[in-house]
Design a protein around this ligand. Structure first.
Ligand SMILES: Cc1cc2nc3c(=O)[nH]c(=O)nc-3n(C[C@H](O)[C@H](O)[C@H](O)COP(=O)(O)OP(=O)(O)OC[C@H]3O[C@@H](n4cnc5c(N)ncnc54)[C@H](O)[C@@H]3O)c2cc1C
Length: 512
């Protein structure tokens, strides 16, 4: 897959570069380009990171005629994109017309949903640009890269978003949709990269941006096999290294929810996604945007990930034994609330259900009951991963919440469920009375990455803290921020963002 280009010249120049960087005392600070210093490798467009964003940026830049080199820190291309399901959101595509009842959906509606979900914190121009570009990317992936779109579903509701602008927009391709399906997307685009002559250096980590005396980004310092080298990029550097997912220190500074998840949840991003591009950009004065939220969901139940799957009868309580959120909303919406309650009350939250839940017709009919029968649930109680109480008071004691509150909450749930409604939080599915014996599952965030990155404009150019373009520096995908709000707005948003910002950055850099 990889081609170790210019390796000889790379290694030849490396020792000199180490010496000069150290001698200048610039370790830890931006590196100014100097005419006297030799470059080890030269290209026109340099892409840092070979995940979804990186391969799209490379394909687009090479398609526009630029000489393109990609640096990949890992020994494998694909990054966290490989691990993804590969699903992507877009509105108004021919596939949406073919596979769904939504015949008149538009990118404007799509942008309206994302902006509403952004809660006033997104850059609306970026969001509109993404929504408008999405249908073309779906066609590009099919027509140029050979992706075969096979179905579409929707994301679950959000209490304050009008039903009229919601639609099924999550595009699924052949053999995609489940964890690991993202490999197909990466490989399809990478094949196009190879046809267009893109070169790659594997196991090569970009560590610093190099600017000339006018502030133009002209290359990077990189490390391969423990040796430093200088790589020149005459048309631009595109940062595609994702967000601060696996970087505890940066997460603490920039994304409290990510920081919490690193200690209390399960982060599924690749270990090489340590926010390098964000750090490198910040080092030369780049602004950041969109930090705060995460792509969190319940890995045990998958609740809220697919609008075709109802939640089974259950409700979530905090340390006070009380509900605090609508549980069948899109996953990152209710997981943000779970995070906030866990921090505010300094303790876990629990999903409460009963024997009736695991035998209910809705759960069984959905085929997606996390505990399909009492035996399975009891086995987990044995294993210590589930709590059980013959009565609700017993369960309250087992999980350490006030019994009177939990009983009150159960009674309220049951009386509302008799009427088939949830006036408390507007839940839509799984509203059935819950009877014991009772179970409690401690919520644990499965984290698919942090939100937030370098601030960009609609050309994917990186902006400094004064809003000025940093010449020849671009960022895309999850390395860029401001195009997603304080929680993840549903499956397929991140990946369409990798295609969009990657392609935009590639086109803009190639045009320099
Ligand atoms: C299990 C899982 C399932 C998911 N499912 C979906 C889904 O179906 N749909 C969806 O929209 N989103 C999904 N997501 C989220 C989505 O996959 C990610 O947000 C997205 O793939 C990130 O893409 P990226 O290009 O920004 O980063 P990545 O794909 O992670 O690529 C970053 C690359 O940069 C490299 N790198 C890092 N630092 C350096 C450096 N200094 N020098 C050189 N290279 C470097 C890394 O090694 C990596 O290869 C999922 C995520 C996970 C973990």
């Amino acid at each position: 897959m990889s081609k170790d280009i210019s390796r000889r010249s790379f290694l030849k120049g490396a020792a000199a570069s180490v010496a000069s960087v150290a001698a200048m005392g610039l370790v830890g600070a931006p590196v100014l380009a100097s005419a006297e210093e030799a470059w080890d490798v030269e290209t026109e467009v340099l892409v840092v990171g070979a995940g979804g964003t990186g391969v799209c940026a490379a394909a687009e830049a090479a398609g526009a005629g630029a000489k393109v080199l990609v640096l990949e820190k890992a020994g494998l291309i694909g990054g966290s994109t490989n691990l993804s399901g590969g699903v992507m959101q877009a509105a108004g595509t021919k596939y949406q017309k073919e596979f769904t009842k939504y015949q008149d959906d538009t990118p404007e509606n799509h942008a309206a949903v994302w902006i509403k979900e952004g809660e006033g914190l997104v850059d609306e121009e970026l969001v509109k640009d993404l929504a408008n570009g999405a249908p073309d990317h779906i066609d590009w992936l099919a027509d140029t890269c050979g992706i075969k779109w096979t179905s579409i579903y929707g994301h679950c509701h959000i209490p304050y978003v009008e039903d009229e602008i919601m639609a099924d927009r999550i595009h699924v391709y052949e053999n995609g949709g489940a964890s690991g399906g993202g490999v197909i997307y990466v490989q399809a685009v990478w094949k196009v990269c190879q046809e267009r002559g893109v070169e790659i250096l594997m196991n090569t980590e970009a560590t610093k941006l190099i600017q000339d005396e006018n502030g133009v980004v002209v290359g990077v310092v990189a490390v391969q096999d423990g040796k430093e080298c200088r790589i020149k990029a005459t048309k631009g550097v595109i940062l595609c290294t994702a967000s601060v997912d696996q970087n505890r220190e940066l997460a603490k500074r920039l994304n409290p929810q990510m920081y919490y998840d690193l200690d209390n949840g399960v982060c599924l991003s690749v270990s090489t996604d340590t926010g390098d591009g964000i750090r490198m950009g910040m080092e030369i004065g780049a602004d950041v945007a969109g930090f705060g939220g995460c792509i969190d969901f319940c890995g045990k139940t998958g609740f809220g990930t697919d609008n075709r799957t109802p939640n089974f009868p259950s409700f979530i309580v905090n340390q006070q034994g009380l509900r605090f959120v609508c549980e069948d909303t899109t996953y990152a919406y209710h997981y943000r609330a779970i995070y906030q309650q866990s921090v505010a009350l300094d303790g876990h939250t629990y999903m409460i259900f009963g024997t009736s839940s695991v035998t209910s017709s809705e759960a069984v009919a959905s085929g997606y009951a996390p505990w399909p029968d009492v035996e399975t649930a009891d086995a987990e109680v044995e294993a210590g991963t589930l709590f059980k109480g013959e009565t609700i008071e017993e369960l309250a004691e087992a999980i350490g919440v006030p019994a009177a509150n939990l009983k009150l909450q159960l009674d309220l749930w049951n009386s509302n469920a008799e009427a088939g409604e949830d006036p408390q939080f507007g839940r839509k599915t799984g509203i059935e009375p819950i009877t014991g014996p009772f179970y409690a599952y401690q919520n644990v965030a499965y984290n698919l990455g942090a939100l937030g990155g370098l601030r960009i404009n609609t050309n994917a150019e990186v902006l400094d803290v004064n809003g000025n373009v940093i010449p020849h520096l671009y960022a895309g995908g999850l390395n860029a921020g401001g195009w997603i709000g304080p929680y993840y707005p549903g499956s397929g948003t991140a990946l369409i963002g990798t295609v969009h910002w990657g392609r935009k950055a590639g086109a803009a850099a190639a045009a320099n």
